[in-house]
Design a protein around this ligand. Structure first.
Ligand code: TMP
Ligand code: ASP
Length: 240
């Protein structure tokens, strides 16, 4: 059963469970934010869509032998997860240039990165999540060199699985952000969410942006776009 509120983030609320202290409930909100909360809106139905999309994606990753914090979707807006202590890093994998890397390094949008580029950002709202290097990560978090190597290997393996999954839904995976957490025994597992909020997805046929960029850039309906992603994943993942 849902217990007390543990933490509220921009997109989710985290609750204790009353029956098992190692498990948490994530409740997805309808809020959308961009540019570290500087742009804000609310879209009825967004929480449901991101909860159901993330659940599908994590179930698929489990089938590919990637361990995550995810246990099950409880209802439209909530999912049960194993409690982890989040490592304050945003691990971004980029297959093609878009977003901040185009502005930061003057790289033209759509430029391919082979092999993919991995970037680390320090998860700290007050600092606007700055880009950091590996040595900063050892200083700012409790991860070891060996653990960071593991996280990067996981991120690249997850990239291959997600590219396949989204390709089967007619979508090209441009980039995405992952967060990892520690289980009580210290093991590092994939945590947080994987949704159109945290990935860039372009329609393979039309090149159309089908992710949170529709909100960031005001170029379409967020709900219609996310609904389409869920529908395509349901049609394709279930068929496997
Ligand atoms: P960026 O181009 O803004 O650095 O974003 C790279 C990817 O990471 C993109 O798929 C969106 C995702 N992302 C998040 O999930 N959370 C964030 O706070 C940011 C900045 C990006
Ligand atoms: N997630 C960040 C925010 O909520 C940034 C972004 O996704 O653009 O502001």
């Amino acid at each position: 059963m849902k217990g007390s509120l543990l933490y509220e983030g921009k997109a989710k609320r985290v609750y204790h469970t009353t029956d098992n202290s190692d498990r948490l409930i994530l409740a997805y909100k309808d809020d959308a934010t961009a540019f570290n909360g500087k742009k804000k809106d609310e879209f009825t139905g967004k929480g449901r869509l991101n909860n159901l999309i993330t659940s599908k994606v994590f179930e698929y990753l489990h089938q590919q032998n990637i361990t995550t914090h995810f246990i099950e979707a409880l209802n439209d807006k909530e999912q049960l997860v194993n409690q982890t202590t989040i490592i304050p890093l945003e691990v971004v994998v980029r297959n093609k240039a878009a977003g901040s890397i185009t502005r930061r390094l003057g790289i033209q949008e759509k430029t391919s990165f082979i092999p993919p580029i991995i970037e680390l950002f320090y998860k700290k709202d007050e600092l606007d999540d700055p880009l950091i290097n590996d040595i900063h990560a050892y200083y700012l978090t409790d991860i070891t060199e060996q653990e960071l190597t593991f996280i990067k290997q996981q991120a690249l393996a997850i990239n291959e699985h997600l590219k396949n999954l989204f390709r089967s839904a007619g979508l090209e995976l441009i980039d995405f952000k992952l967060e990892f957490g520690r289980l009580p025994d210290g093991t590092i597992v994939l945590s947080d969410e994987i949704s159109p909020d945290t990935c860039r997805l372009w329609d393979i046929e039309t090149g159309k942006k089908m992710d949170k960029d529709v909100f960031r850039e005001d170029i379409g309906s967020l709900i219609d776009t996310y609904e389409m992603i869920l529908q395509r994943l349901e049609e394709n993942v279930c068929a496997k």
